[in-house]
Design a protein around this ligand. Structure first.
Ligand SMILES: *Cc1c(COP(=O)(O)O)cnc(C)c1O
Length: 487
């Protein structure tokens, strides 16, 4: 656990004769009624035992009974905090994989809650009363928004790729350009996924250059699939060449081999229309591929899932594959995905309604104005901890989309006070200590350390009141002295 609830020192009076360790029964007997009601006798007994064990192990002095009880309830209070909880992502990466990627609009969260507490028609056809198909709740919408003939939903895009490979090319060769054999996020490596899917990788071309003739020579009777992969988190520049996508698709059709494209992020709208750097849309990809795979919680802005969309006959094979059952998603996912897809039917309001797009399209001027307006209130709360100023900075989309493109933004710069916490540690140590303290707030604040400062990129800050509220736990008025950490 990374939280650091301030632990009250257990006071011991060393001048007196050594106190005897009280019994668990005695401590429980004197427990406050509200603690017993809040935590229950079982948990309180357990916590008292743990505290007593600690005292026995390190018995320089035995604290008084009240202090032992307080230590026990403090433990219980700390345990009560959920492990998974909201944070403020002020890292500057909008789709941050470690911080949960896309944020759902309220409407989607409400749709999820509705089907969670009541039965639903997840696999039930309300018109006929017969069994239904869970993908029906979103398939028509995906098709309408992408031009696909059919679509299936699985647990994430990695699962979508695995399923496509296994369903369309098990025990066959999959032809891929060497320039696209990428690793994404450390644990998704195209060659490894291919091996697990039971396919044989047939690499063509070189890291920087692959030509149409490389594909033409490789495609043969053993070929099950030709695959293209969005390079996501890196870009090759300089002396490069890739086969023309239209010509490659024509070649595949001529040879009767399906072409799959893993888009990674995959956008449902043309980001350029919103003033953002362009990213291939699913619709555009489907004009040059038979099936495409993309994530639900990257640019699409919904929840973790992977979507396979494309030609009806191929999607039917994907759906029939036994792995689909193992990779299928829960009703929560369909509820959230359907609600988000519906927002795309109203493109004029999308940049307002879809959090991912709303955050990505915030202009620097607005973020800068927000930073300037907030700086005094933040400075007040961090008084004694850090000096607060405003700077220009650069945000990123994240999750592999547009790795070389950036978004101009503004940030609060927190330069730790040399006299404050970690003062004797040097600038680097003070920054680390400040970042640590920010992560220990009631709603943790996650920024990034740059040079001698902690940077909070405000592109992703919408709940200003909640942010200031959380920071208040550090303010001098809260009684916490910044230089009391004893380092
Ligand atoms: C992100 C990404 C994946 C993995 O998608 P998840 O939804 O995280 O499983 C696969 N391929 C590409 C190209 C990606 O960018």
């Amino acid at each position: 656990m990374t939280r650091s609830a301030p632990t009250r020192p257990i006071s011991a009076d060393a001048a007196q004769a050594p106190r005897r360790i009280p019994s668990v029964e005695r401590l429980l007997g004197g427990a406050a009624a509200e603690d017993l009601a809040a935590y229950g006798r079982t948990a309180l007994t357990e916590a008292i035992r743990v505290v007593l064990a600690g005292i026995r192990a390190d018995a320089t002095a035995v604290p008084d009974e009240a202090a032992i009880r307080a230590a026990a309830t403090e433990r219980l209070a700390a345990e009560r905090l959920s492990s998974l909880r909201p944070v403020f992502n002020l890292t500057g990466t909008v789709l941050h994989t470690n911080l949960g990627r896309a944020l759902l609009p309220r409407s989607a969260a409400e749709a999820v809650a509705a089907v969670m507490v009541q039965a639903s028609n997840l696999e039930f056809d309300l018109a006929t009363g017969a069994r239904g198909e869970r993908d029906d709740h979103v398939e028509a919408l995906v098709c309408r928004l992408t031009g696909a003939e059919a679509a299936v939903v699985v647990n994430n895009n990695a699962a979508a790729v695995l399923l496509v490979l296994n369903a369309l090319a098990m025990r066959k060769e999959v032809v891929v350009s060497r320039g696209e054999l990428v690793e994404i996020g450390g644990s998704f490596r195209v060659p490894d996924v291919m091996a697990r899917a039971g396919c044989r990788l047939r690499e063509v071309g070189t890291t920087n250059r692959t030509h149409l003739r490389d594909f033409a020579e490789a495609i043969g009777p053993r070929t099950g699939l030709v695959m293209k992969v969005h390079p996501s988190n890196y870009a090759i520049t300089g002396f490069t060449a890739a086969a023309d996508p239209v010509a490659l698709y024509a070649l595949c059709r001529e040879r009767g081999v399906p072409l799959a494209e893993d888009l990674g992020s995959g956008s449902l709208v043309d980001l350029a229309a919103y003033g953002l750097p362009p990213e291939p849309t699913v619709r555009a990809a489907l004009a040059r591929a038979d099936v495409v795979t993309f994530s639900g919680d990257k640019l699409l802005g919904a929840v973790q899932c992977g979507i396979v969309a494309g030609r009806k006959d191929l999607i039917a094979r994907v759906r029939k594959n036994p792995l689909k059952r193992a990779l299928r998603v829960d009703k929560m996912t369909y509820a959230a995905l359907e609600a988000v897809l519906r927002l795309y039917l109203h493109p004029e309001r999308l940049a307002e309604e879809l959090p991912t797009l709303r955050l990505l399209t915030r202009p620097r001027a607005a973020i800068d104005a927000q930073a300037r307006a907030l700086a005094p209130a933040v400075a007040e709360r961090l008084s004694g901890w850090a000096a607060v100023s405003v700077t220009e900075c650069i945000s990123q989309i994240g999750s592999g989309a547009l790795p070389v493109e950036t978004l101009p933004s503004a940030a609060l710069v927190l330069v730790p006070d040399p006299g404050g916490a970690g003062g004797r540690r040097g600038a680097g140590g003070r920054c680390k200590r400040l970042a640590e303290r920010l992560r220990a707030l009631p709603v943790p604040v996650i920024g990034r350390i740059s040079g001698d400062a902690v940077i909070l990129d405000l592109r992703t800050l919408e709940d200003e009141a909640g942010f200031l509220d959380s920071l208040s736990a550090m303010s001098p008025a809260s009684g916490e002295a910044p230089n009391s950490d004893g380092c």
